[in-house]
Design a protein around this ligand. Sequence first.
Ligand code: UDP
Length: 338
Amino acid sequence: MSVGDSRAVLVTGGAGYIGSHACKALAQADYIPVTVDNFVNGFESAVRWGPLECADIGDRVRLDEVFRVHQPVAVMHFAAYAYVGESMKDPGNYYRNNVVNSLTLLEAARDHGVKRFVFSSTCNTYGVPRVTPITEEHVQLPINPYGASKLMVERILRDFDSSHGIRSISLRYFNAAGADPDLEIGEDHDPETHLIPLVLMASAVGAKPLEIYGDDYETPDGTCVRDYIHVTDLAAAHLLALKRLEQGGESNAYNLGNGSGFSVRDVIRTAEGVTGHAIPVRTIARRPGDAPILVGDATKARHELGWRPGHAELSYILETAWGWHCRQGRDDLKTSVG
Ligand code: UDP
């Protein structure tokens, strides 16, 4: 079989949160998602829709083996460190894992004749927005090493197109949230740092209060505002990006967001409605590296990729996250996905 006939798509980080949802979407569209994961953040139980290769993308020898065996027609690259706070504390780790290892992966893709590449980028590449909602033309001036590391890969991708003909689509996610509506997979980080799972954990009887990172921002209620996007809608966008590249589409970057901002307090209030539990909170200092407001304009993805987010309501996002949370048995509460 030649690379051109293959239905295999290499999914780095396929055992992780967004990567596993993309694997499900790929399998449903008759691709073979080949997960490459080093299990620093991933879970074997999330790899359910295709082969698994336990490998680090920084290991060129292992990557060569994986490319040889599976002959992927494309790469979807999710594997990365993705915590703003952690990146401020240990930037070197972020640049090594997110930039250096992405370069190793890209060189392997180049040498094995892969010409299509879909990259997990982030709204953190924009920094503090000058205009809201943010379009793709907004200046990219990241304020944390996480965003900077992703922006560097976007730049490398442009050069790999010019020099090696690898066409790529960078998808700049706003805040991925929620879980697979069938509850087969969901968000599972250890330690957990993301707002929605932490809010749900704080709803358990006797749990520690949710810490709000600052309520003195210039936002309507003083807490940070984010654009929460359902993980299944993100996965669908990856498939559309791959199809666009297959149809000869040029390298590009697209925002993936719903265009609606919700504050930390909005999320807490909605979670109280979904769970039926009061959520104790305490406000602490701002988290370094946080932009006050990040809300995306995804008009370009709608027009050019035909992307139609199907689960935009915050309450639905929280219902699926809550369903997953309960299913994980993190407390003794009952599942109630609408
Ligand atoms: N946040 C918070 N308390 C927490 C975790 C997050 O107040 O325990 C805030 C954080 O400052 C940000 C928003 O919630 O404004 C979303 O943070 P998250 O880490 O989920 O995603 P990020 O925006 O960093 O990608």
